[in-house]
Design a protein around this ligand. Structure first.
Ligand SMILES: O=C(O)[C@H](O)[C@@H](O)[C@H](O)[C@H](O)COP(=O)(O)O
Length: 264
């Protein structure tokens, strides 16, 4: 019961925000990222740290972020919530997609983009990437990102944390290797739940009707063990779910429906 009450308390800071479609969601997401960057820098931090995910986020951010008025990314440090261990010119490389679609359009310094070394075997690649994240300020050795942007698969996975996978129990590593990903490609590195839940702000972006059943299970509770995305509950930070109407179609809980130009 006590655990349940703690769970409910953590959930109370969660916001579920519904948009008619990605066309309305995208600009609000981009504004949110820029606002949190401003907050970080105004608070006297020397850098704004952002974690990116793949999937539909790549094209959404690549369209909306460069369109933000007065965008200045010179103090941004960008990492990846997970990454496929493939060469950067492979169409499966998340870094490769962002490099072509986004990084070429905004002024993030090249050495502030923390990419994996895909030439290493997956275990060493994870250790190497964990060391790279040491340049993000940390709390008890866990990097604390200002904002993490996450996607969610129709199976409830997020980052490369898949349902029923032992990595869900990982508490020692900040970045873990996975060589049996049920979704190809099999070799990946991923942030672990302690890192995700240490972030100041975690934003899920989930769109499309195929997400409706799993979104309902994650946000309103299901009978089986908690799915990976349901285990995301930042201990001190904000949790936002930005979804479109088709994804939200089965939800009974109270949601926000902001108008155009809204700031979250
Ligand atoms: O590495 C991956 O396989 C993808 O990054 C994946 O985890 C993605 O984030 C989700 O499947 C959500 O995808 P959509 O945003 O396209 O729904």
């Amino acid at each position: 019961m006590y655990t349940y009450m703690l769970f409910q308390a953590a959930m109370s800071s969660r916001r579920v925000v519904v948009f008619p479609s990605s066309a309305e969601l995208g600009p609000v997401l981009a504004r949110l990222v820029c606002d949190r960057a401003q907050t970080a820098l105004n608070a006297g931090r020397s850098q704004f740290t952002l974690g990116l995910s793949g999937g539909s986020l790549v094209s959404l951010l690549s369209k909306e972020l460069p369109a933000q008025p007065g965008l200045d990314c010179s103090k941004w440090v960008v990492g990846f919530c997970d990454e496929r261990v493939v060469p950067f010119d492979d169409p499966e490389s998340t870094y490769g997609l962002y490099k072509n679609q986004l990084f070429s359009k905004i002024n993030i310094p090249e050495n502030s983009i923390l990419a994996i070394d895909h030439t290493l075997p997956v275990e060493e690649c994870a250790e190497d990437y964990a060391r790279k994240l040491n340049q993000v300020s940390s709390n008890e050795d866990v990097p604390v990102f200002d904002v993490l942007l996450l996607g969610m698969g129709p199976d409830g996975h997020t980052c490369s944390l898949f349902p029923n996978h032992p990595l869900l129990q990982e508490t020692q590593k900040t970045i873990a290797p996975i060589s049996d990903s049920p979704k190809p490609p099999p070799c990946r590195v991923t942030m672990t739940l302690p890192v995700v839940n240490a972030a100041r702000c975690v934003v899920f972006v989930s769109t499309g009707g195929s997400k409706a059943p799993v979104l309902k299970e994650i946000l309103e509770g299901g009978e089986g063990p908690a799915l990976p995305a349901a285990r995301v509950a930042p201990s001190q930070g904000e949790l936002l779910w930005l979804v479109d109407e088709p994804a939200a179609a089965s939800l009974a809980l109270q949601v926000e429906r902001p108008g155009p130009g809204a700031r979250l």
